[in-house]
Design a protein around this ligand. Structure first.
Ligand SMILES: NC(=O)c1ccc[n+]([C@@H]2O[C@H](COP(=O)([O-])OP(=O)(O)OC[C@H]3O[C@@H](n4cnc5c(N)ncnc54)[C@H](OP(=O)(O)O)[C@@H]3O)[C@@H](O)[C@H]2O)c1
Length: 299
């Protein structure tokens, strides 16, 4: 397992992160999977208060309350469930962030969050208010670090540089090279960690049917998936490990946040952790298989 520091902090974490969004709400199975991941060397776990109305955080809390100091827990804030439970509204106010942090701490059965991420964000948000809330939580010891999860370059640039962010979670894969244009360089320059999600393009790079994706027509998606598959056969790996290695090998990427739901998916994530970087020619072949896309909105 590879470990690294998150951004400019001394926080050490595994480069494979367990993304819990699609975990089975069956508490026993979810906890078992999380605990096996931890026992196998994964130390970085990502959830959000939004997922499954908070029940996703509860799974992590139950799984790690006895070994809290051995894991790095990241969660997210900003999407407030409506009282009737039918959908949510964006709420980046200080009062809400503080109240939501307390609720996440309770569900995660801990007295501190390692990484607290703004779960989205718009140019209309009051950035100073968000930062004031994060700053106070940090002073109180309730959060160690804060970051943002966003695929909007213009919003990310509102926060980097100058706002004390530790990390940005963004989407990145062979089929989503949008951060390559400028964002990865920008974050590297300012020593902000990059947490890459969408490694498998929601499964399209690992066997799910090819459909249009982020400006790529389905035919291009199929071409990319075929190139990944061919390389997997050549290297004796699986499409998921090749797609994962593509992301981990990208300069500036701190960790890949993999959406893990089944034992087999965890097995493949652990296999990825043992794979060496792709040979340079293999990476070049992947890059030739699909044209780069670029951010069209929120540039
Ligand atoms: N805005 C945000 O902050 C945000 C948004 C999305 C996700 N996330 C985080 O990122 C994590 C990853 O989510 P993602 O949607 O970006 O995931 P992804 O890795 O691009 O794709 C996950 C999909 O791939 C499939 N899959 C997983 N492992 C596989 C394997 N070994 N072989 C074949 N298919 C496989 C899963 O299918 P099945 O489930 O059908 O098995 C799932 O549909 C989430 O858990 C969450 O922590 C954050």
């Amino acid at each position: 397992m590879e470990y690294t520091n998150l951004g400019a902090t001394g926080l050490q974490l595994s480069r494979i992160a367990f993304g819990g969004m699609s975990l089975n709400p069956d508490a026993a199975a979810g906890q078992r999977l999380l605990q096996r991941a931890h026992a196998s060397g994964i130390t970085f776990f990502d959830t959000a208060d939004l997922y499954d109305h908070g029940r996703n955080e509860e799974l992590f809390g139950a799984a790690f309350r006895h070994c809290r100091s051995e894991v790095v827990l990241a969660t997210k804030v900003g999407n407030q469930w409506r009282a009737d439970g039918q959908g949510w509204d964006w709420n980046p106010t200080s009062a809400y962030i503080r109240q939501a942090a307390e609720a996440s701490l309770r569900r995660l059965q801990t007295d501190y969050l390692d990484l607290y991420q703004l779960h989205g964000g718009t140019l209309e948000d009051d950035r100073d208010e968000v930062l004031e809330a994060f700053g106070r939580l940090q002073e109180e010891g309730k959060i160690r670090h804060y970051g943002i999860s966003s695929i909007r370059p213009n919003v990310i640039r509102e926060y980097v540089p100058g706002a004390g962010l530790t990390s940005v979670m963004l989407q990145l894969s062979l089929l989503d090279q949008r951060p390559f244009e400028a964002m990865l360089g920008h974050l590297r320059t300012h020593n902000v960690g990059v947490l890459a999600r969408g490694t498998l393009a929601q499964g399209r790079l690992a066997g799910k049917p090819a459909t249009d994706y982020l400006g790529h027509p389905a035919e291009q998606v199929a071409q990319a998936a075929a190139a990944v598959q061919a390389l997997a056969i050549e290297l004796g790996q699986t499409p998921a490990t090749v797609a994962g290695r593509f992301v981990l090998d990208t300069p500036g990427v701190t960790a890949a946040v993999l959406g893990l739901r089944t034992e087999t998916q965890l097995d493949e994530a652990l296999q990825l952790a043992r794979c060496p970087p792709l040979p340079a020619e293999a990476r070049a072949a992947l890059l030739r298989a699909v044209p780069a896309n670029a951010y069209e909105q929120h540039r």
